[in-house]
Ligand binder design. Structure first.
Ligand code: G3P
Length: 217
């Protein structure tokens, strides 16, 4: 499963990229606002750090303007992936851009039938939001199971990009189900490394090493 970082914070992206864990980055208008950075400038910086797809979202709601915005965004770098909302205009834009060889991430997916439409429109990625489903008392991971089943039934090439990931269990379940990608805030990705027995083990080894009175350097 590929790991994308759901952030526009350069320091966090650099930090994760250095671990070799980072396969891409996703941003959205809320994350750009949170960064306080210029959209074009920060997107370019992210594209320079990460080789994989970097999702940059259009903000227009009509197809014609989405296409114009996409034209500007895709000039930023070859690894820009245009993010469009799961609406009829978003799907039209998806179809037009992917037919032209541009990567597209269809976002704000909340149902398996919406995901079916994204695949039929040729999406490179579909982004189902699991955390926001959980917030409403619905198990978001059930949506991922349904999309996996449907995509496998018809051998759709669209990759399932699990989004709105809030905790480690979302990542574990995504991998169990066979999602292609998950995007999570850097803090969630870093939490994956944590285990109480790892910490305890380090503590024990350090204590015993100190008793030897030796040093490696
Ligand atoms: O990038 C979209 C998605 O990951 C947003 O997550 O936590 O705002 O629901 P969240």
């Amino acid at each position: 499963m590929k790991f994308f970082a759901d952030t526009a914070e350069i320091a966090d992206i650099k930090d994760l990229a250095a671990t070799g864990l980072l396969d891409g980055v996703t941003t959205n208008p809320s994350l750009i606002a949170k960064s306080g950075r210029d959209f074009m400038e920060v997107t370019k910086e992210i594209c320079d750090i990460v080789d994989g797809p970097v999702s940059a979202e259009v903000v227009a709601l009509d197809h014609e303007t989405m296409m114009k915005e996409a034209e500007v965004l895709r000039k930023i770098a070859d690894n820009v992936c245009i993010k469009v909302p799961l609406t009829i205009d978003g799907l039209k834009t998806c179809k037009a851009l992917t037919s032209d060889g541009t990567m597209v991430n269809v976002t704000l997916c909340f149902s398996a039938t919406q995901a079916l439409l994204a695949a039929k429109a040729g999406a490179t990625f579909v982004s189902p939001f699991v955390g926001r489903h959980d917030d409403n008392g619905v198990d978001g991971m059930d949506l991922i199971r349904d999309i996996r089943l449907i995509y496998d039934n018809y051998a759709f090439a669209t990759e399932i990009l699990v989004a709105s990931v809030r905790h480690v269990t979302h990542v574990l379940e995504s991998a169990r189900i066979g999602a292609d990608v998950m995007t999570a805030p850097p803090a969630v990705i870093k939490n994956l490394v944590k285990h109480v027995l790892t910490d305890k083990g380090i503590e024990g080894f350090m204590a015993d090493w100190a008793k030897t009175g030796q040093s490696i350097l």
